[in-house]
Design a protein around this ligand. Structure first.
Ligand SMILES: [Zn+2]
Length: 91
């Protein structure tokens, strides 16, 4: 049997940038979870992936990063078209 982490998420209100944000707090590990990275925490689920923080300050920084991301949204540099151009065509 594996030792599963069963979080007991509590939705707590965090005042950030003059607005209130609902975040998840697990009383057993005393970790805060980012509600944007792992929305499932609000439904008491166990996120596969998430960002966890031991204090509210760190979480606020993280939320700020999300906001910046949203504002920026548009430009994501895609480097997947892996063709490198040598610059000169041979005739
Ligand atoms: Zn996040």
């Amino acid at each position: 049997m594996s030792n599963r982490w069963i979080p007991r998420w509590k939705v707590v209100e965090l005042i950030y940038a003059d607005r209130s944000v609902e975040v998840c707090y697990d009383e057993s590990t005393r970790l805060y979870a980012c509600p944007l990275c792992s929305p499932v925490c609000k439904e008491n689920g166990v996120p596969d992936y998430g960002s966890y923080f031991t204090n509210q300050e760190d979480l606020k920084f993280h939320l700020e990063a999300h906001l910046n991301e949203r504002w920026r949204k548009v430009k994501r540099v895609k480097s997947e078209e892996g063709e490198e151009q040598e610059g000169e065509d041979e005739d």
